[in-house]
Ligand binder design. Structure first.
Ligand code: KIV
Ligand code: ZN
Length: 519
């Protein structure tokens, strides 16, 4: 049996189902390029029938990301499969991923169908997907709570109908490593023709066992692991790509498997996801948490100074963690900045470099020592993701004190030029947001706001990420500055610019529909 494990990344589909992790099609495309560089073999780009945005996201990724297999999810319904097929029409390597639940509770209580109907739908769905592509994956949702004899029957008909990958999801994170091994062992023993397909594992983390279960499945014959960056996903999340990949790499001596992942791209990809979604991994999260390579206890620090391997099982550079180095100063030029980004794994060109360099110069005026984390913090912050700027910050002054703080600002409003506004609130951020609201004029609800220091020290760059709800939709915003009020306003405007763009797109779609129907 091959010792290579296929890495199927589902950050853009299952990961995006995390509360607050929704991404715009442009953000999905940016992440898809990063996943491509990371070396994932398959990326699940979305669930096209679920929304027009999801369809668009899959279609764009299929057109622009050409190396990996691009998968789109579909239920067994004909409409779902056709929509997935359409979204993947231009893909270099398309895969349709069909799924149906197989456990008694799902069949009886959710779908209201019999086992026989489930078998029929499986066959019809796989056959329909084969009209669009030879590469068809079948998933038995809630497989690990399905009696093994019935699971074997479903998998048997899926294989006979032409599925090329069979996925066994632990949908509710219920299984145990010993049990999942038994599932794979029985499938390999009882299903005819199983050796012709790739067996896949897809584990959720409700009991904190997702990585352990994925590794157990690989030992029992799975050769595809479905996972997400930072382990984001429904409820407690999915198996974390970085954990599975690094466990396979660090314990190759024991397990004997390989992946195609460029492990030094793990940290930049994790960071990009965090910046897009505003969801930071917990500090002690394996591999990508802020403390994953920090050594606090004196005994540990002493050991590390004498011999790193006393307390370190992998070097931070293996996963692309930048050292806290003094990198650049006030007089560094664009080339030096570009070269340092390159060393940190980011190819920054043209407008992106111009924008980052401008922020870098501002930062250099405010901060003496500029570290890698500083320049990474400004890289993606304030980018507009190709979204037009409807509201831009020109100037701001805040007065803090007593119960009320006051903010005076000038915003550049598209088509109208500079608009002045004043706001007040319980603290400078609330006052500044109040002033912004007066210019914008829509009701905005703030779901979440996080401020965190990108670097140690008093003159640290503050990173702000927030989620703003406008007209029932949630938009993520981010900003970075040595002044946290400035960073917060930039993050707020970032989210509001996305909301304005979404409104413009909706209005032009309605106009087009009006022209079409003569209204
Ligand atoms: O967890 C699950 O069962 C899924 C399937 C749709 C593959 O995400
Ligand atoms: Zn899942």
């Amino acid at each position: 049996m091959d010792n290579r494990v296929i890495i199927f990344d589902t950050t853009l589909r299952d990961g995006e189902q995390s509360p607050g992790a929704s991404m715009t099609p442009a953000e999905k495309l940016r992440l898809a390029h990063a996943l491509d560089e990371l070396g994932v073999d398959v990326m699940e780009a979305g669930f096209p029938v679920s929304s027009p945005d999801d369809f668009l996201g899959v279609q764009q990724i299929a057109r622009k990301v050409r190396r990996p297999v691009i998968a789109a999810l579909a239920r067994t319904r004909a409409g779902d499969i056709d929509r997935a097929g359409e979204a993947l029409a231009d893909a270099a390597h398309p895969r349709i991923h069909v799924f149906i639940a197989t456990s008694p509770v799902h069949l009886e209580r959710k779908l209201g169908i019999s086992e026989e109907e489930c078998l029929e739908q499986t066959v019809q769905a796989v056959e329909r997907a084969k009209r669009y592509t030879d590469d068809v994956e079948f998933s038995a949702e809630d497989a690990t709570r399905t009696p093994i004899p019935f699971l074997c029957r479903v998998v048997q008909v899926a294989v006979e109908a032409g599925a090329t990958t069979i996925n066994i999801p632990d949908t509710v994170g219920y299984t145990h490593p010993r049990e999942i091994m038994e599932y794979f062992r029985r499938l390999r023993e009882d299903v005819e023709g199983i050796e012709k397909v790739v067996l896949s594992t897809h584990c959720h983390n409700d009991l904190g066992l997702a990585t352990a279960n994925s590794l157990a499945a690989v030992e029992a014959g799975a050769r595809q692991v479905e996972c997400t960056i930072n382990g984001i996903g429904e409820r407690a999340g999915n198996a974390a790509l970085e954990e599975v990949v690094m466990a396979l790499r660090v314990r190759r001596d024991l397990l004997g498997f390989e992946t195609n992942i460029q492990t030094e791209r793990i940290h930049p990809t994790s960071r990009l996801l965090t910046q897009i979604t505003g969801i930071h991994p917990q500090p002690n999260k394996a591999i990508v948490g802020r403390n994953a390579f920090a050594h606090e206890a004196g005994i540990h620090q002493d050991g590390m100074l004498k011999e790193r391997s006393t307390y370190e099982i992998m070097e931070p550079s293996m996963v692309g963690v930048p050292g806290s180095r003094l990198v650049l100063g006030k007089h560094s030029g664009r080339h030096a900045l570009k070269a340092r980004y390159r060393e940190l794994g980011h190819d920054v060109e043209k407008e992106e470099l111009d924008r980052a360099y401008k922020l870098f110069k501002l930062l250099a005026d405010q901060k003496k020592d500029i570290l890698d984390e500083d320049i990474l913090a400004i890289l993606h912050h304030g980018t507009t993701d190709d979204i037009p700027i409807t509201f831009g910050l020109q100037k701001m002054k805040v007065e803090c004190g007593g119960q009320w703080s006051y903010a005076h600002l000038v915003l550049d409003r598209k088509d109208e030029g500079p608009v002045k506004a004043q706001g007040k609130g319980d603290g400078p951020i609330a006052a500044a947001f109040d002033a912004v609201d007066k210019v914008v004029g829509w009701p905005v609800e703030l779901d979440d706001l996080t401020i965190r220091a990108a670097t140690p020290g008093r003159d640290a760059v503050g990173e702000v990420t927030l989620r703003a709800r406008v007209g029932g939709k949630t938009f993520t915003g981010r900003g970075a500055s040595t002044d946290v009020v400035d960073a917060a306003v930039r993050a707020y405007l970032h989210a509001l610019n996305k909301a304005a763009h979404a409104r413009d797109l909706e209005a032009s779609a309605l106009e087009k529909a009006g022209e079409l129907w003569g209204v």
